[in-house]
Every structure is written in structure tokens, then in C-alpha cells.
Ligand binder design. Structure first.
Ligand code: SF4
Length: 66
């Protein structure tokens, strides 16, 4: 089982909450759209990443198990 972060860049409005919460995993590009730096967080980081996913005000982020 692997965790994977999925970002819908069409939905992202560039609020930056994900980057502020978890800059190890998310950053904004020069169009203020989210980029996932590391798509596969270890399970030990699950709640940390989930907090960033939940912080997105437009629900552009998901954390899934594969
Ligand atoms: S918090 Fe959501 S809307 Fe804001 S930059 Fe991150 S993905 Fe985009």
C-alpha cells in the first residue's frame, strides 16, 4: 500500500493553505497553482499530509491509498 497525493490543478485557486501547512509536499508555481513536490508520503506522514489536504478551501487535494 502506497499513499499518493492527488492535486486537481483545475480546481486549485491558489490560496496557498496547503503550502503553508506542509511546504515539504506542496508549493505554488508562478501561476499560483499547486504543485505536488512529493506525491508519495510515507505512512508516518499521513496525518500531517491529511491536515494539509483538509486545509484546502476548495477541496482540490486528495490523499489516496494505492
Ligand atoms: S490550498 Fe487548495 S486552493 Fe490553495 S494552493 Fe493548495 S490546492 Fe490550491
Amino acid at each position: 500500500m502506497t499513499l499518493r497525493i492527488i492535486a486537481d490543478r483545475d480546481v486549485c485557486e491558489g490560496h496557498g493553505m496547503c503550502e503553508a501547512t506542509s511546504h515539504e509536499y506542496f508549493e505554488l508555481d508562478d501561476t499560483a497553482t499547486v504543485v505536488v513536490i512529493n506525491e508519495n508520503p510515507p505512512d508516518s506522514e499521513r496525518s500531517f499530509v491529511q491536515a494539509a489536504v483538509d486545509a484546502c478551501p476548495v477541496s482540490a487535494l486528495k490523499l489516496v491509498e494505492e
